[in-house]
Design a protein around this ligand. Structure first.
Ligand SMILES: NC(=O)c1ccc[n+]([C@@H]2O[C@H](COP(=O)([O-])OP(=O)(O)OC[C@H]3O[C@@H](n4cnc5c(N)ncnc54)[C@H](O)[C@@H]3O)[C@@H](O)[C@H]2O)c1
Length: 385
């Protein structure tokens, strides 16, 4: 007999929908999961959006006030998929109410916010999972294992890139993402937070860094209707973009390895061009999100002119076997969220963390704070989680 766990979703935009789909699918892929999530509540401030979610996915109740979710005894776990400025307040309240939380990155507006959430989760003794979904890709896990096994020798340097055009259109709406008060940083929290997490997941702690940031589209149109995701607002009144479109950063790892992390949200001609190239003294491994189930691997003892081969991940890598029976059958983005849901629910079932935790969020947020600090001062900054 599998126990039911009442789950709620706060904020039903893109991520709210993806988390909900993951709860709906998780037992299809993980039939032995010791908990069965039940969609008991959805909180969303835009009128009608929660009701639509309930209609489509079968949430038992809807509200516009997330505080009702915190007070709801049916709810054991909460997905926090609202904008960044709400992460801290909602997450701390949910943890204090004894709810386990699955929260989206970057966990608040700053490392201080991420720390506050991590502390609240630790104090309440609940589980906390963070939406660093790219590390859930079987190929990324395989790359980490290969690096840890010394197959590319001692790691010397890494390049991490996250280029997107989601904010490149001149008519894209001036949503919470572009405001300091509600979004915090710009591409730092949005894309570089994943990059900082991948850097640490693959190579270990970042010790110090120096960064440069830029705003390329300084004005955008205010939304004329309720916005979600990256909607357009043609004809809306123009307002200022308050945070960076671009970051370029040099990294020094505690191991002595070096790195470059570059992220941009206004790169015309780039769609989800996310990935990394890790180099070592005997080989290299690289990954491109757009070919999520492949790795390019160079290993051996040739040093020079050493061939690079394509490895298709298969059932022996990460969580691949939960989705596909054999290598080169594709997994997709939403599957990474199913993996995340599985790890979250398994953490709750077993009382021990699996997957990305709030400690990982604090490390990523500390790197972002250091990037902002460095860009402001034009100097190297230490990363202090
Ligand atoms: N892991 C990833 O790959 C990934 C991708 C996109 C976004 N995110 C993160 O997910 C979060 C949400 O991003 P999104 O793209 O889904 O944004 P979104 O704007 O599409 O959705 C946010 C939703 O929250 C709702 N909301 C706002 N205030 C609320 C309140 N007080 N109570 C309830 N609902 C409220 C909005 O109306 C909207 O529907 C952000 O923190 C973002 O950084 C993560």
């Amino acid at each position: 007999m599998v126990d039911a766990l009442g789950v709620a979703v706060v904020g039903f935009g893109w991520m709210g929908r993806v988390h909900t789909q993951a709860y709906a699918r998780v037992r299809h892929h993980y039939p032995r999961l010791a908990l069965r999530p039940e969609l008991v509540a959805v909180a969303e401030e835009v009128p009608g959006r929660a009701e639509e979610a309930a209609e489509q996915f079968g949430f038992a109740s809807t509200t516009r006030d997330w505080r009702e979710v915190a007070a709801d005894p049916r709810v054991g776990a909460v997905s926090i998929t609202a904008p960044n400025f709400l992460h801290r307040e909602i997450a701390v309240a949910m943890a204090e109410a004894g709810k386990h939380i699955w929260i989206e990155k970057p966990v608040g507006l700053s490392a201080e916010d991420a720390r506050a959430v991590a502390d609240a989760v630790a104090k309440a003794g609940v589980q906390g999972t963070v939406g660093f979904n790219y590390r859930n890709a079987p190929a990324v896990e395989a790359a980490r294992d290969l690096i840890a096994a010394g197959e590319i020798g001692a790691v010397t340097h890494v390049r991490i890139r996250l280029f997107s055009d989601y904010a490149a259109h001149p008519e894209s709406a001036l949503t919470w993402r572009y405001e300091r008060a509600r979004g915090g940083s710009g591409v730092l929290g949005d894309l570089a937070s994943h990059g900082a997490d991948l850097a640490r997941f693959l190579l270990g702690d970042i010790a110090s860094l120096t960064a440069d940031t830029a705003v390329f589209l300084p004005r955008r149109a205010r939304p004329t209707t309720a916005a979600a995701g990256h909607s357009r607002a043609a004809g809306g009144e123009l307002g200022p973009v308050e945070n960076e479109d671009y970051v370029n950063c040099l990294l020094r790892f505690a191991s002595g390895a070096r790195g470059v992390l570059e992220a941009c949200r206004v790169s015309v001609g780039e769609q989800n061009n996310y990935g990394f190239e890790v180099h070592g003294t005997r080989g290299a491994v690289s990954w491109d999100f757009r070919r999520m189930n492949e790795l390019a691997v160079s290993r051996g003892t040739s040093y020079q002119d050493q061939p690079v081969s394509t490895v298709y991940v298969g059932p022996e890598h990460g969580e691949f076997a939960a989705f596909q029976p054999g290598a080169a059958n594709a997994m997709g983005y939403d599957d990474l969220k199913v993996v995340e849901a599985y790890r979250f629910l398994r953490s709750v079932a077993e009382g021990t963390p699996y997957g990305a935790t709030l400690s990982d969020a604090v490390h990523s947020a500390a790197a972002l704070d250091a990037m902002a600090h460095s860009a402001e001062r034009g100097a190297w900054a230490e990363v202090r989680p």
